[in-house]
Design a protein around this ligand. Structure first.
Ligand code: ACM
Ligand code: ZN
Length: 520
């Protein structure tokens, strides 16, 4: 049984195997900085440049007397090497590669995951480890959620208070959405621009592009704690410590997802200034403006917002948001970038058709379907398959693996790819991030890479069982089968209840118990 994930699109398994030794030579016509092996004409591994192949495409032939790889660019060659690494169990020190012939390229161009570092902050070393994981699974986008109500995590030189004030909170909501409990330990952290440069370079070497998300106009409370004049009412508010659920009401305002004021001229300039610095740090052609979950109740009461609405003849507050979205889309275009935003950017008609929409809501959204029918591009992150912050008891591995965009009224031709979301309200440690990711990240890699006609959940699981010993060797915490594929209804009901009220870590702790008892 072969252990390759994501499954290759064309693979022929042949008899025999090839043993790769440390001192075997590599001949390459490409320049591969991560490949440290010596080169030589008498090489066991030959990497040839074949310009007829696409950027991410590769050919790999393992025979009893050696290995042949063909690729047009480094990316394809690296993906061939990742296939070799997995087939030959290099991480386990086995290095015995079954003879195969593979012709392979991805189904979708965008195969990613996100990490929310506002709610919890994991730091540079963990982000690099995550990038290593994406690379290993032939995934190519890291969506970095760097700002939100509970913390601003990226240095902006023009507005130093964003991190001086906005990166710190006094307490953290614990116990799940329905809980009112707090941990009163102050919490904070952010990345300097130097850190960001280092991570972007690290990702580039590993064929991973990073899309930064600077969420506007809402989820902006950390920025407003630092620069309160950008809110509709100049109220002194701290960076939020609670995540939602029982939301406090202060001065007649729910203290959640606070948006910037759309009626003040300074707002757009401030966001553009911030985007200038962020765009300069991230070379990727996409930029995420957020745009989700805007609570417009302050805009309804704000004389500045209402004046603009009247001047422009807007019929509702969503048109105020659209005004911002389209200004930013134009601005990003002038910098050679495409805008991407969450599906709420479609709440008003008229959003720039070049926008990419990230479709996250659980229910079917007629606005997204209409946008797709007009040719709009969609990134798929449907809640029930891709919200990896939810316990396996709610969204088991199978939900992720069996994802099919056409089930949600979006034709495949409109889908640029798939992305798993890691929100971290209830995930405070990197070890738990790993647990929530694996093996769902493996499933996403295959949904993104392998043609849907070639995917089968039961077959994936048998390949996965050959594969998963790799986790121990890579130091990755993962969900054991009794969790990831749980069929126990009582166990699932208890985990789901505790996720919302009481103990969102219950499933993670149960996993640890199973693991210690030898369940894998
Ligand atoms: C989201 O989950 N608010 C995009
Ligand atoms: Zn306002």
């Amino acid at each position: 049984m072969i252990n390759l994930i994501p499954k290759a699109n064309r693979i022929k398994i042949e008899n025999g195997s090839f043993h790769l030794s440390r001192d075997d030579k590599v001949y390459t016509e490409l320049s591969l900085p991560l490949l440290t092996a010596p080169r030589g004409e008498d090489a066991a591994v030959r990497i040839l440049k074949d310009t007829s192949l696409e950027k991410e495409e590769y050919y790999l032939k393992v025979s009893r007397d050696g290995i042949l790889i063909k690729a047009s660019e480094n990316t394809g060659a690296y993906y061939a090497l990742q296939s070799l690494r997995m087939l030959g169990r290099f991480d386990e020190g086995i290095n015995e590669i079954p003879c195969v012939e593979i012709s392979d390229k991805p189904s979708y161009g965008w195969r990613g995951v996100s990490l929310d570092e506002s709610r919890h902050f994991f730091g540079k070393e963990y982000v690099k480890k995550l990038i290593d994981e994406l690379f290993r699974l032939k995934m190519n986008v890291f969506h970095w959620h760097l700002t939100d109500d509970q913390g601003w995590r990226i240095e902006i030189k023009k507005y130093p208070l964003l991190t001086e004030i906005g990166s710190k909170r006094a307490y953290t909501h614990i116990g799940g959405w329905g809980s009112t409990k707090k941990d009163n330990t102050p919490y904070g952290g952010f990345y300097t621009q130097k850190d960001i440069n280092e991570i972007v370079a690290y990702a580039k070497e590993r064929c991973v592009s990073i899309v930064p998300e600077i969420d506007v106009p809402a989820h902006f409370a950390a920025a407003l704690a630092a620069y309160p004049h950008l809110a509709c009412r100049n109220l002194k508010r701290d960076v939020q410590g609670h995540f939602g659920g029982n939301i406090p009401v202060l001065d007649g305002m729910r203290d959640w997802n606070r948006p910037a004021c759309m009626g003040k001229e300074e707002t757009l300039q401030f966001i553009k200034d911030v985007y200038d610095e962020v765009c300069a740090l991230f070379p990727f052609e996409y930029f995420h403006v957020g745009g989700d979950e805007c609570d417009v109740s302050e805009w309804k009461k704000c004389p500045d917002c209402q004046r603009v609405m009247k001047e422009k003849g807007f019929i509702n507050e969503y048109e105020l948001q659209m005004m911002l979205t389209n200004s930013l889309c134009e601005y990003l275009k002038s910098k050679g970038k495409h805008m991407i935003g969450w599906n709420e950017i479609l709440l008003a008609d008229g959003v720039d058709e070049s926008a990419v929409v990230q479709y996250w809501v659980q229910k079917r959204d007629a606005n997204v379907e209409k946008f797709a029918q007009k040719g709009g591009k969609i990134l798929m992150s449907k809640h029930q398959s891709f919200y990896l912050d939810h316990p396996y008891a709610i969204y088991p591995l199978k939900n992720t693996y069996n994802f099919d965009p056409e089930k949600y009224g979006v034709p495949k031709r409109n889908v640029i790819g798939v992305e798993g979301e890691m929100w971290t309200e209830w995930i405070a440690w990197s070890d738990k991030v790993d647990f929530m990711f694996h093996p769902r990240m493996e499933a996403i890699s295959e949904v993104g890479w392998t043609d849907s006609a070639k995917r089968d959940y039961a077959e994936f699981i048998s390949r996965y069982r050959e594969y998963k010993s790799i986790y121990t060797h890579l130091g990755i915490t993962y969900a054991v089968d009794k969790i990831a594929m749980s069929k126990g209804l009582l166990q699932r009901a208890k985990i789901s209840r505790l996720f919302r009220y009481g103990d969102p870590d219950y499933e993670y702790k149960l996993n640890k118990k199973y693991f210690e008892k030898g369940e894998r």
